[in-house]
Design a protein around this ligand. Structure first.
Ligand SMILES: Cc1cc2nc3c(=O)[nH]c(=O)nc-3n(C[C@H](O)[C@H](O)[C@H](O)COP(=O)(O)OP(=O)(O)OC[C@H]3O[C@@H](n4cnc5c(N)ncnc54)[C@H](O)[C@@H]3O)c2cc1C
Length: 436
């Protein structure tokens, strides 16, 4: 079949790769000038680094298998992570059970309780009971006000902003499962990284797709999916200011739901389901520093005065020798896509953040910054409400030869490259079954 894949992120590339292996003629349409979507990289003066920090967990089995299939296993390295919490204007280690027991911002009783409730959640298998309740309500009931107000509540607010009190508890449950699954016997978290960046995976997928006869069109924004009698006949896309028509037998759309709505409106219940997911955007600075900012890979900010939610020092996970012995620090924020931050001047925004970096690490100086890059992503995190399993849109749309695969269908797990690989596999299996 002549297959069109809309979107050249991980979901689109893996879908295209798998279908091209089955002998289908695939064409990928990607609106941007680069591939990889949210897992894409930039060149930061001589080396590649993800636009948004990326790592893998031990239980990311689907992507680990794909990396193996593509003969990239030698590049996948596993590192000990380190987590800090910035609370009461102080940095506390928060990597191991021992760190939790020494975590001063909460009482000793709450520390034990936090450990026990986390262990309890890790042992739960039936996530469906958690989707019925918001994370906020579950936490307040089961861990009490101190832990909610000083640990989990601020983390929820930081991650989901205006939506923090609507997100369902199964999201938090799945986060616990993933975090525990990536721990070694000493309770240390182990995270994976492709040593030459996630681009190694993207490039290999591109190579295989092209070897299998596939075609990739960059700077090609799809603007409509045209159908008659419940079948897509063609899609239209804009390249170099020209509208082109492309006849196709099958379409897989891997773009966010709000973008898909601009290309086709299903006018059925299916559309209502697609409309349920809201999205948070991400605003990310990548700083190249000549000094180490802290000893932690990941710092959660539990302080409402600080205008960002996390600091991720990539070179505290992966050796700095891969980055010219310099240090890479991400400053990250998840925000409503209409938030003022997205329209601010980036130098001004960075200056505002620098004042806070100086408070977190009083030795920090602006001169440490050798270079920086700013990125934003509009569909960084889907926001899925209670009982979403009853609403989640199927991969198969009401149009016979149109499939949909995006992060709003990753559930109850948190979105991530592993699950993009997983849903790509599921969509391809459905297609093979339907069209054999
Ligand atoms: C800051 C940040 C940190 C993250 N950290 C991790 C991590 O540590 N580990 C992990 O596994 N995952 C992480 N993720 C999540 C992971 O990157 C995503 O879940 C995954 O890459 C989503 O892939 P996708 O293909 O579904 O979507 P996307 O990557 O969003 O791809 C969709 C593509 O469609 C294109 N497109 C949109 N509209 C059109 C159109 N009309 N026509 C043509 N093309 C179009 C877009 O340009 C884009 O390339 C992170 C994400 C962010 C934002």
């Amino acid at each position: 079949m002549n297959v069109s894949v809309i979107g050249g992120g991980v979901t689109g590339l893996v879908t295209a790769y798998k279908l091209s292996k089955e002998g289908h003629k695939v064409t990928i349409f990607e609106s941007s000038y680069f591939l990889g979507g949210q897992a894409s990289v930039v060149n930061l003066g001589g080396y590649k680094i993800e636009r948004g920090y990326h790592h893998l967990f031990r239980n990311d089995t689907e992507i680990i298998e794909l990396i193996d299939e593509l003969n990239l296993s030698n590049s996948l390295k596993w590192y000990k992570s380190s987590v800090g919490m910035y609370s009461n204007k102080k940095l506390y280690p928060f990597s191991t059970p021992k760190d939790l027991l020494n975590y001063k911002p909460i009482s000793i009783l709450s520390r034990f309780k936090l450990g026990l409730v986390s262990l309890y959640l890790k042992r739960q298998k039936n996530w469906k009971k958690y989707e019925k309740v918001t994370a906020q309500n579950w936490m307040k009931k089961h861990v009490g006000n101190e832990i909610y107000n000083k640990v989990w509540g601020p983390l929820l607010k930081a991650k989901f902003g205006f939506f923090y009190n609507k997100v369902n508890m199964s999201w938090f449950w799945s986060k616990m499962i993933t975090r525990f699954a990536s721990r070694n016997k000493k309770g240390e978290e182990i995270l994976g990284y492709l040593i030459h960046s996630f681009d190694e995976l993207i490039e290999e997928l591109v190579k295989r797709i092209e070897e299998n006869g596939g075609m990739i069109l960059l700077n090609s924004k799809v603007i409509s999916i045209n159908h008659t009698s419940n079948r897509v006949n063609n899609i239209e896309y804009v390249k170099s200011n020209t509208v082109n028509k492309f006849d196709t037998d099958l379409v897989i759309a891997t773009i966010p739901n709000y973008e898909l709505k601009n290309l086709i409106n299903f006018e059925t219940d299916y559309q209502k389901k697609l409309d349920t997911a809201e999205y948070l955007g991400a605003s990310v600075f990548i700083l190249k520093l000549n000094k180490r900012f802290s000893k932690y890979y990941w710092i959660n900010i539990i302080d409402e005065d600080v205008p960002f939610l996390g600091l991720i020092e990539h070179t505290n996970l992966v050796e700095k020798k891969y980055y010219g012995n310099e240090h890479i620090l991400y400053i990250t924020n998840y925000l409503h896509y209409k938030d003022d931050v997205f329209s601010k001047d980036k130098d001004d925004l960075l200056n505002e953040y620098i004042d806070h970096l100086k408070i977190i690490n009083p030795k920090f100086n602006k001169d440490w910054i050798k270079n920086y890059i700013y990125n934003s992503v509009s569909a960084a995190q889907p926001l899925l409400p209670v009982n979403y399993s009853l609403i989640k849109p199927s991969f198969k749309s009401p149009i016979k030869n149109l499939y949909v695969g995006n992060t709003s269908q990753i559930y109850p797990e948190d979105r991530g490259t592993n699950y993009s690989v997983k849903i790509a596999g599921e969509i391809v299996s459905l297609i093979i079954k339907e069209f054999k």
